[in-house]
Each structure stands twice: as C-alpha cells, then as structure tokens.
Design a binder for this molecule. Sequence first.
Ligand SMILES: [Zn+2]
Length: 212
Amino acid sequence: MKLIDIHTHNKEQEGIAIYNSGTSYLEDRPISMGLHPWDIGDDWKEKFIAVAEKAEESNVVAIGECGLDKARREVPFGVQEEVFRAHIELSEKLHKPLIIHCVKAHDRVLALHKEISPGQAWAIHGFRGKPQLAMQLAKEGIYLSFGELFNAESVKSVPQEMILIESDESSKPVREIYRAIAAARGTTIEELAGTVEENAVVFTQFRPDRRR
Ligand SMILES: [Zn+2]
C-alpha cells in the first residue's frame, strides 16, 4: 500500500511525499517550490525569479504552497493576489500543478479559477471548510487536500476523485491521518490509499484538454 502525502514540511515523514521546499531548492526528493503568502516581502519579485528558475528542475513536481490569506493583514491583499497570479502563470508555463494556501479567500480562488480556466490542477491544502464550500470547490474541479484537522462532514461529502491527503506540519505519521480520514468516510485505509494514489497521478499530470 502506497501512502501519498501531497504536502509536508517534515523531511522524516513516511510514505511518498511532496516536500514543501518553499524558496530553497532541494535535489534529493520530490518537492514543491513557491512563495508562501506569509513570506511575501518587498523583495518578493527577486525571490520569485529564483523560485521560477529552479522550478524547472524535474524533481520540482508542483508549484506552491502559494495563495491568499485574508488573516494576514501585513501583506495587502492586492499584493498577495499579484504574487498568487505569478505562481499560477508559472504553473501553467511549466505544466506543474498548484498547491494553494487559502484562508478566508475561497471566493477569490474560485473566481480566479473560473477566470483563468487553468490547464494545471489546483489543490487547496489543509482544507477545513464546511461541506457546502467543499462541494463548490470540487464542482469547479479544484482538489481538496485534507490533513490532521478536518471537517468530518466535508470529508464525507467530497467526491472521491477530488480527495488528496497531506501531513503538512503535523508530527503524526501520515498513516494516522489516512486512518482518521478513512474512518470519517466510512472506508478502509487501503481503499482510501488506492483512491488518493490514483488522484495524485491525475493531479500531477498536465491536462491539455483544459489548457487555454
Ligand atoms: Zn503547509
């Protein structure tokens, strides 16, 4: 049984993981690269250029985490959106999916997805929202990645082809997160692992049919 961990900050995490490497490049594992909305400073353009250069490497399998955070008032929302759009463009250019950090800005992510109609898959990581929002995002074709903390009703109601699993900053083995989410969905850890593995393959593939 393969346990795919779509987003982790823990190098020691078990399973097959996409390690969130942020702005620094690591060559020894599959990583995602991007500028977290909390790390946006006046020098973001320089940092982003460095990310964009390194993101071409083959072990960079996703762009992110990047996104929008309305709780982070230090960075004006307009600037956050400018940086997020730069990541979306990079994801489209390199044909690599997007891992999104989103706090209180799901309406904006939905609107951008509708506006851009990206060829690359998007996933909201650490999704803890309610079922209605989960369904809205899933219907738009945005993946939901669930971690240690989740809304059980949302986990239950999301279509199985839109589910991903992650450990994020948790120190728990990803297996335990799989177990909890399998229980919430009324399924087995084996079945959930198979589903997430299939979804992860689709998530990381370029989908030319949806490209502009
Ligand atoms: Zn994270």
